[in-house]
Design a protein around this ligand. Structure first.
Ligand code: NAD
Length: 424
């Protein structure tokens, strides 16, 4: 596998990892080679230059991408990431995973992703707004409620979605709430969208604990990446009598052997911007975090967190991939050899896109649901998708990652076969 250097560390190329899993699942499915050729590559890729007037008065240029991997099963769907390490290959990988993910939970979407290479921590709110609006103008020919519907991802949020919705609506001349999901409630957002990803992670952990006969009460949990997905999953596990003994974010890692007070930690992070210095916790190193004995380890930050180098440290029974692509193929081999149960990302974190689908359906129908309706529909979809993946895992004797890929890729392949090739 080819690797790319990022700073001092050598990183696995996530797009190559995604294609490697695609090839393994396609072999298992004995996919028709023509269909395989039709769905292996992204359908449409756009890179845009984003000139922005900064607060200093000078103009700076940023680079953004939007990748539509597949529209075989419906409009393309996927988040937008703002991060200094965004590359086109990363966006392609994320768009590829979105495609199989939407198919696994059987919602009528294809897959897409977007990203802007920038460091939001060093940008003012006004600069972020300018970047978002100019990026939206750049990708405008590709997006729309029937074409491609963006959503939040790392370092973007409901405010970012509001700016995209407004920019798109201004260009169209009328309000188009269905162009993005993850919007504020007052602009046509859905109840429950903000916590949908973490809640979906929680439902799949419940299913995995049932499947493996692991009691959740008293289970020890470690969360790497205490952001939207990680903090919500931690909160629900904490409320359900599990102990979240350690968490980390980009500023460092904290630990309390008796369990951290998660509601207070969420307030602390909102107030200070970091998990560090949380009263009653001790600071630990990243290596120590990865070595803690626990029952459930949740990588909820970025790709390539668990690699062939550090996977041997993990002392857990379940890894629940809240993040996309947090384990490299080498890391996968080590964990599967150790008998650790992996809930693969394209299943585990599919709660976000599922409630995005609910939001889009509500916007399009102009009828809105209450929170309990959103959560009960989400729980049903997450738990039945888990069972479908486990059935393939069991019947075909493949690991959980290949099983999830087989379910998603199989559905996209079937839609592609039925639609046929235009023009012949
Ligand atoms: P977020 O920006 O809310 O949180 C990311 C967190 O990761 C932050 O707290 C950041 O400090 C932390 N982080 C960054 N680098 C880190 C490092 N090296 N070590 C430890 N922590 C680090 O983002 P999010 O929306 O929670 O997304 C997290 C992951 O979940 C991403 O992989 C994303 O693609 C995936 N995901 C998110 C959603 C969603 O709806 N938000 C849906 C599906 C998947």
């Amino acid at each position: 596998m080819e690797t790319v250097a990022k700073g001092a560390a050598v990183q696995t190329n996530p797009y190559e990892a995604a294609l490697m899993n695609f090839d393994m699942a396609s072999e298992q499915l004995e996919l028709d080679p023509d269909i395989r050729t039709m769905i292996r590559n992204p359908e449409r890729v756009l890179t845009v230059d984003i000139p922005v007037r900064m607060d200093s008065g000078r103009i700076e240029s940023f680079t953004g991408h939007r990748v539509q991997y597949s529209t075989a099963r419906g409009p393309a769907k996927g988040g937008i990431r703002f991060h200094p390490n965004v590359t086109l290959d990363e966006v392609k990988a994320l768009a590829c995973w979105m495609t199989w993910k939407c198919a696994i939970v059987n919602i009528p979407f294809g897959g897409a992703k977007g990203g802007v290479t920038c460091n939001p921590k060093k940008l003012s709110n006004q600069e972020l707004e300018h970047i978002t609006r100019r990026y939206t103008a750049g990708i405008l020919p590709m997006i729309g409620p029937e074409m491609d519907i963006p959503a939040p991802d790392v370092y973007t949020n409901s405010q970012t979605m509001a700016w995209i919705m407004d920019t798109y609506s201004m260009m169209k001349g009328y309000s188009v709430p269905g162009v993005v999901t993850g919007k504020p409630l007052s602009l046509g957002g859905s109840q429950g969208r903000n916590e949908a990803t973490g809640r979906g992670v929680f439902y799949t952990i419940q299913s995995a604990c049932d499947f493996l006969n692991i009691p959740m009460k008293g289970a020890k949990v470690v969360v790497q990446g205490f952001g939207n997905a990680g903090s919500v999953a931690a909160h629900l596990l904490d409320s359900g009598a599990s102990y979240v003994i350690a968490v980390s974010d980009s500023s460092g890692c904290i630990y309390n052997k008796n369990g951290l007070d998660i509601p207070k930690l969420i307030l602390h992070k909102t107030r200070t911007g970091s998990v560090l210095d949380f009263p009653g916790s001790e600071k630990i190193t990243v290596d120590e975090l990865f070595s803690l004995q626990c029952d459930i380890f949740i990588p909820a930050a970025l790709e390539n967190a668990i690699t062939g180098e550090n996977a041997h440290r993990l002392d857990t029974r379940i890894v629940a991939e809240a993040a996309n692509g947090p384990i490299t193929p080498d890391g996968d081999s080590v964990l599967f050899d150790k008998g650790i149960f992996i809930i693969p990302d394209i299943l585990c974190n599919a709660g976000g896109v599922t409630v995005s689908y609910f939001e889009w359906a509500q916007d399009e129908s102009h009828i809105f649901w209450d929170e309990s309706e959103v959560y009960s529909r989400l729980e049903k979809i997450m738990k039945s998708s888990f069972i479908e993946v486990m059935k393939i895992h069991h019947d075909r004797k493949v690991n959980t990652r290949i099983a999830a890929n087989m379910l998603g890729i199989g559905r996209v392949a079937e839609a592609t076969r039925l639609r046929g090739l235009y023009p012949q």
